[in-house]
Design a protein around this ligand. Sequence first.
Ligand SMILES: [Zn+2]
Length: 406
Amino acid sequence: MYHVKCKQCDHKVDKDPIGGVCPVCEELIEFQYSSKWDTSESYQSMWRYNNLLPIQDKQNIVSLGEGKTPLLKSNVHFGSNIYLKDESRNPTGSMKDRAMSVAYSKAKELNIKRSIIISAGGAGIAASAYASRAGIENVILIPPGVSQERIMAMQIYGSEIIEVQGNIEDCLEVAQEMVNKYGWYETSTYKKANPYTIEGPKTIAYEIFEQLEEIPDYIFVPVGGGGTLTGIWKGFNELKDLNQINYIPALVGIQNTNFNGLEIALRKGYTKDNELHLIDIDSSLPTVTGAIRHSYVPDGEEALEAIRNSGGKVVTVDDEEAMEAQKMIADTDGLFVEPSSAIPLIAYQKMLNNNEISSDKKAVLILTGSGYREIATTLKYHGQEPKKFKTEECFNYLLSKDKQHS
Ligand SMILES: [Zn+2]
């Protein structure tokens, strides 16, 4: 059971809104639930929380088994209370599957025939998979410079990929025209475009609460568009409203040093979307953290609210540190995540070194996506030729290793 309200003027909005802004005052809307906390549902996916998701009829759920990802205690030497939420286990290898499962379930509920999304990465791949599952024709607008491996991953599920020769603003113009004039359904993962996409990642908070059986002190989340961080914050707030927890963990957002819009906004005391638009970031700079390469943070307004209200902060990490973190997580924890997903570990380490966090505090790092989606980048930094031996040499080499350990 849910209803939809404007966060600013309390206007009661239609139950199935298209777009995330209030028709009266144009501020952001919000889904609110009157359901109880109920974990008795048998779904083997995040849909076990379906009574806290904005779908009216369970028959319309479009699922590929997203969510229910493991929470693993990390082995890294500098922290004994670090937990890794491994979102790379989702159907297309990223947490975006949670957002798309909700967005396309609603699309099915509204009998939508065509969807469109602007994406350079994970959201596009997830949208393509869920559109295919829902039987909906999908178009993905990409800016120039998206890698072949990502384009292939979007194409394989049958979406049409169009590179818009310009920048992200040009992509926005095309998508808005198709939505406003021709009724296409946009699934870009920010609230103004599609409010349902924020409801998916909040289930990460529910799962952490159930898996840890308590509330961590910190949640570390890489920030691209800001929707995942905002969603997780909403999840914890709902748990608090449902009397399941009595405090909200501090949310730490992590950005790339060169794509640090949220960090600048926090420093300057910005709170509104129009202020976020003023921040000038060079979107042409190359980076290994492609999944969070945003020159503007579309869900920044709510992400800033989440960070400020929870007592969190924004930490920035450069490309070298991201690659180092990727190797560290693979070496010590056995998880191969993409560089942009590994950066929470470096952020944690930086805060520890600056005495901004103590090692007895429980921290959950959200590992947002799989390393198998960034093979080319990883190969460039970490790829090594294997040793090559003839048979006899191989025996000798292995025996020398054997002696070292006995
Ligand atoms: Zn309003």
